[in-house]
Design a binder for this molecule. Structure first.
Ligand code: F3S
Length: 390
């Protein structure tokens, strides 16, 4: 493959994988069951990225199930979301290149909700930090935090260098985190992720003290904990599957209610007028969409405020069937499938965001927005009043 016997894309991919393996001291390549490719938005790729993808697409075909992260726009409804013709044309070229490679144009950061679901212990090569953390921790699969090019390379080769989190000796927790705080709404899982990420910087955590967790809460936590500094692997006693197979480290830190409040204080800006509400970071599950439809029933999104429900096209199709889409759109909400607030070209377009997501706040500040994080109920209230009320 390295000699080019299987063509350009495979040779280029092997060069990337061999270089990575050399840097990290991998002794072999290991087969992967699936790949998740990030780096899909034209906003981030630019023309150089598009050219790189077009070159690979000339003869590159993926060897394993490969899904895509969100793009820079809703691939169908981009006009209604204010995306320019020029941007859409370029984004479509990016998508075309991925399609020619045989990649599933799923455009979601929750591949595990739409059919790319690794089994416990399976090796995969995923990029997208929240999905990597979910795969490693909640599913018990094994993946490093790949970049876009290295994930793509693994897809063309069907293998990845065996180092880092593919090796059990590197999956041992470093620190125990005792949680002595009550988590009563979705955004508090984001706040918990912030608090743990800051305290356990670049470590693998063993979390105790949490009795129950829903999948939506875990996906929110995964996005936050890795954004704010922890490694993309945690164990949660009694919740995640591998938590019984490792020992809790002696070194312990505690998270108290004050840490959760401190997270809110740091994530939330002083702002009361809200012109952008975006829920679905990571992408909304069908359960979350149902909750939004329920909360907004009989209400109207305020003039001058936009409400985006960011989700996968697959989840929206279920929402269409169940009538949730019609309800949310009748209230003035917009679905933002295939995309998200971090990778869409939003810089300067909105002044203040309300969201359920700690990760969403982190990236929206880069897009020059003030941020407010709260529950789904608080976010929908902000959408219909144009104000943040606490
Ligand atoms: Fe997903 Fe975008 Fe958030 S990729 S995790 S919705 S920043």
């Amino acid at each position: 493959m390295l000699d080019g016997e299987e063509g350009y894309a495979v040779r280029k991919s092997m060069e990337i994988l061999v270089a990575l393996g050399d840097i990290f001291g991998a002794e072999s390549l290991i087969k992967v069951g699936s790949v998740q490719v990030a780096g899909v938005s034209y906003h981030n790729l630019g023309d150089a990225g598009l050219e790189f993808l077009n070159e690979l697409a000339k003869d590159g075909k993926v060897k394993v199930l490969t899904t895509l992260n969100p793009a820079g726009m809703d691939l169908e409804n981009w006009k209604a979301l204010g995306i320019s013709e020029d941007f859409a044309a370029k984004q479509n070229q990016v998508i075309g290149a991925f399609e020619r490679m045989g990649i599933l144009v799923s455009c979601t950061c929750t591949p595990y909700l739409i059919g790319n679901l690794p089994r416990y212990g399976e090796h995969v090569a995923w990029s997208e930090s929240s999905a990597v953390t979910f795969a490693n921790s909640v599913l018990g699969a094994k993946t490093n935090r790949e970049g876009g090019p290295s994930a793509l390379a693994a897809a063309f080769v069907g293998k990845t260098p065996c180092y880092g989190l593919h090796l059990d000796e590197n999956r041992v927790p470093d620190v125990t985190v005792q949680v002595d705080a009550k988590l009563s709404k979705l955004s508090e899982w984001g706040a918990l992720g912030y608090a743990i990420g800051k305290k356990a910087e670049n470590k693998i955590t063993y979390i105790t003290g949490i009795k129950e967790a829903e999948v939506d809460e875990l996906k929110s936590f995964c996005a936050s904990v890795v954004t704010y500094g922890a490694k993309p692997l945690f164990y949660m006693k009694g919740i995640t599957p591998a938590s019984e197979t490792v020992q809790a480290p002696k070194d312990t830190v505690t998270i108290e209610q004050a840490d959760i409040q401190n997270a809110y204080d740091n994530i939330n800006d002083e702002v009361s007028e809200i012109d952008f509400v975006c829920v679905g970071c990571p992408h909304c599950s069908i359960k979350e969409i149902a909750e939004i439809a329920n909360l907004i029933e009989g209400k109207k999104v305020a003039e001058g405020t936009e409400l985006w429900v960011a989700t996968s096209r697959t989840a929206k199709q279920l929402a269409d069937i169940r009538g949730y889409t019609q309800g949310i759109e009748a209230a003035g909400g917009k679905f933002a499938c295939d995309t998200c607030m971090a990778v869409a070209p939003l810089k300067g377009r909105f002044k203040a965001l309300a969201t359920t997501s700690a990760k969403g706040c982190f990236y929206s500040r880069h897009n020059l927005m003030k941020t407010k994080m709260g529950s789904l109920k608080e976010c929908i209230e902000a959408a219909v009043t144009g104000k943040w009320n606490n």
